[in-house]
Design a protein around this ligand. Structure first.
Ligand code: SAH
Ligand code: SF4
Ligand code: F3S
Length: 439
């Protein structure tokens, strides 16, 4: 057996890319690759890219430019580009940066072992198909190594919603749900390997409708079944779309003890005119009503959202509707962005909002969201919660974990508690974390 080859992966974008990077590392593991954190030592450098906002492709090319020095020092080094920029640009990447050996899209990376053979023979390998075969099934035998306590598990991919600003339906393809038995098998394997919390992933995870033993199952059905797995302590899911938030999933938040009280439910804008122009498929009043139904069953649920400011046609009044929605709803966590023109999407063709106006609105929105985030964190002081300890902290004797509401929590605790869920009393709120003590 030859010495293991070293693989360096850099991941951009969403959690699905994080999951995909793990799976790509496993796929290349079958070809003798082991992961390294030193890019200059690598035999292969893989960039797993994101295309969601402008300049993503430019960033990738400049990153490749920076990495070129390593190739000069080590000419046999291979370069691979995966993810959503790979899907969008395909072979053009190699035309522009001939140092790249391999380009693989998010739906075809189970073919990486074959592609790795091809580049070893000195060929270029490009695959951006949306193949018939199920990539997860091709990759089903995950190595049995011990895992970190919290893991991602992709259950649904792609998007049919076509929001007018978004590239995901083009880079990830149509909505596809994985069958129930395969997801449960993967979940059990993760638990056997030390995982205590599973975060179910999908671009529209609550649109999940995978083949079950008796017809298609909803996400709520899948969660309830998963909750029966012994040793699995916590379940989360992300990202949800307000349009697919059905009553059975809301109910699960009320009565499924393993389902954590945290919900990422992006609304993007508080203006009906803009929501319509974005093709989001709901009004602000419908969003308010939905939040009320959710909070009725789970008052302590922490709500998280995504916002876009400066969408084409957004006036000051529309923006104030967003501010007002945020005031009324109250978000414990949020991600906000300036609208970014994506070629090929409908909104790119419309009259654009001035860049300065976008920046100024983003600042005001982030100030408000920041205040709400801080208030939600501060409100935890004096309360009890459970924490899944994930790793050692920077201070000796401290562990770091996540609360039920996904707040980072530090506490003095023995490292044997890593991977376990413990009751903690919150005693202090810091900038981006809480301090707790074991009860
Ligand atoms: N499927 C999820 C979002 C996936 S993309 C949903 O519908 O909620 C993640 C976030 O990126 C989006 O919620 C949006 O806020 C942001 N985003 C997507 N396209 C964007 C664009 N063109 N400009 C700015 N932000 C964008
Ligand atoms: Fe993009 Fe809209 Fe689909 Fe979310 S629902 S991935 S924002 S098109
Ligand atoms: Fe980015 Fe693709 Fe995810 S565009 S946000 S990596 S689905």
């Amino acid at each position: 057996m030859s010495a293991p080859k070293k693989l360096f992966i850099k991941t951009y974008g969403c959690q699905m890319n994080v999951y995909d990077s793990e799976r790509m590392a496993e796929a290349l593991g079958t070809k003798g690759y082991e992961q390294t954190t030193d890019a200059d030592q690598a035999d292969m450098i893989l960039l797993n890219t994101c295309h969601i906002r402008e300049k993503a492709a430019e960033k990738m090319y400049s990153e490749l430019g920076r990495l070129k020095q390593f190739k000069l020092a080590k000419p046999e080094m291979k370069f691979a580009v995966a993810g959503c920029v790979a899907q969008a640009e395909g072979g053009e990447i190699i035309e522009r940066q001939p140092m790249v050996d391999l380009v693989v899209g998010p739906q075809s990376y189970h073919r990486l072992p074959k592609m790795a053979d091809a580049i070893d023979r000195g060929e270029k390998a490009i695959d951006t198909d949306f193949p018939e075969e199920d990539k997860f099934e091709e990759l089903k035998d995950r190595p049995k190594a011990r895992r970190a306590p919290s893991a991602f598990l992709t259950v649904q991919e792609g998007c049919d919603k076509f929001c007018t600003f978004c590239v995901v339906p083009y880079t990830r393809g149509a909505e596809v749900s994985r069958p129930v038995d395969r997801i449960l098998r993967e979940a059990r394997e993760l638990v056997e390997r030390g995982v205590a919390e599973i975060n179910l992933l999908g671009q529209n995870v609550n649109a999940y409708h995978g083949e079950g033993p008796d017809g298609d199952w909803t996400l709520a059905q899948l969660i309830r079944e998963m909750a029966t797995i012994e040793g699995l302590e916590r379940i989360r899911f992300t990202t949800s779309h307000p349009r697919d938030m059905e009553q059975d999933l809301i109910d699960a938040h009320g009565d499924c003890a393993k389902l954590m009280p945290y919900l990422h439910l992006p609304v993007q804008s508080g203006s009906d005119k803009i929501l319509k122009a974005m093709n989001r498929g709901h009004t602000r009043e419908e969003y308010f009503a939905l939040i009320k139904r959710i909070r009725d069953v789970r008052p302590d649920l922490l709500l998280s959202g995504d916002f876009i400011v400066g969408f084409p046609g957004e006036t000051e009044e529309d923006f104030m509707d967003t501010m007002d929605l945020v005031e009324q709803v109250g978000f414990g966590q949020a991600y906000s962005f300036k609208y970014s023109t994506r070629p090929g999407t409908p909104a790119a063709e419309r009259a654009q909002v001035d860049e300065d106006v976008k920046s100024e609105r983003l600042q005001r929105l982030q100030a408000l969201l920041g205040k709400q985030q801080k208030a939600a964190q501060d409100a935890m002081v004096g309360r009890e919660t459970t924490v899944l300890f994930e790793k050692q902290g920077r201070d000796p004797g401290q562990l770091i974990g996540k609360s039920e509401n996904l707040h980072a929590v530090h506490a003095f605790a023995d490292k044997s508690l890593i991977g376990t869920v413990r009751r903690v009393r919150v005693i202090k709120s810091l900038t981006n974390s809480l301090t707790g003590e074991l009860i």
